[in-house]
Design a protein around this ligand. Structure first.
Ligand SMILES: [Zn+2]
Length: 230
């Protein structure tokens, strides 16, 4: 079950499917063409991520016959494990989250940000082009499900899912206001980062982790750019 078509979320699936001949892969209808023919997506990933893309590697195309659609509201019964598909656009135009009803476990992909477990901090997952209004609606949809556990793709499980979703909503609003206000005042990237640290306690806690992280540190500029309102 793929949450969205970014390469760090499905790039290994082709190799996995070779080992699992009966398995199918579920993806949002707008993500399907990227999985079936990842050439353009790979080129875009190289442009945005540079050398980091090579860490993930070029994805193998998935045969169309092995793809199935993650349609909003669909419930998949995996022998007592009931997984509901929830369309959660905003981080990307082809994003869904998965909710396991019996254990009230949520798999939000990147709709809930990135969670740094050891620091109990959340960091935005907002590369361009995100659509903030859609992202806020998606977070609200996830809150209405009343999840208990939240399983972050980046990185791992956490309790108090609703509280964390609300915290992420608040964080996105702080970042959006701060970044656009700073740009109106012609401030530099260093100023913006300083202001975000002053206003967002989570980011302040995670700051040294973020800048030392080989992938998040490299992506920080692009995460900030995601908030720029033209
Ligand atoms: Zn993504």
């Amino acid at each position: 079950m793929v949450t969205h078509a970014h390469i760090d979320h499905w790039g290994g699936a082709g190799a996995l499917l070779e080992k699992l001949p009966n398995a199918k892969l579920m993806v949002h209808p707008r993500g399907l063409p990227h999985l079936a023919n990842p050439e353009r997506l790979w080129k875009q990933s190289k442009d945005v991520l540079g050398e980091i893309a090579d860490l993930f590697g070029e994805p193998q195309p998935i045969p169309v016959g092995r793809l199935t659609l993650a349609l909003d509201g669909l419930v998949v019964d995996l022998g007592g494990v009931e997984v509901q598909v929830v369309e959660t656009l905003g981080h990307s135009p082809h994003h869904v989250s998965y909710f396991e009803r019996n254990s009230r476990s949520l798999f939000p992909g990147e709709t809930a940000g990135m969670y740094i477990e050891g620091l109990d901090a959340i960091v935005p997952a907002t590369p361009p082009v995100i659509v903030l209004d859609k992202l806020f609606n998606s977070i609200e949809r996830l809150i209405t499900l009343k999840p208990e556990k939240i399983h972050y793709t980046h990185y791992g499980p956490a309790d108090n899912a609703v509280e964390k979703l609300r915290a992420y909503d608040k964080q996105l609003r702080i970042w959006s206001e701060t970044i656009n206000e700073s740009l109106r005042n012609n401030e530099t990237l260093a100023d913006i980062i300083e202001r975000l640290r002053e206003r967002d306690p989570y980011f302040n806690k995670a700051y040294y982790y973020v800048i030392a992280h080989p992938i998040i540190g490299h992506a920080l500029n692009s995460i900030i750019q995601g908030f720029i309102v033209e």
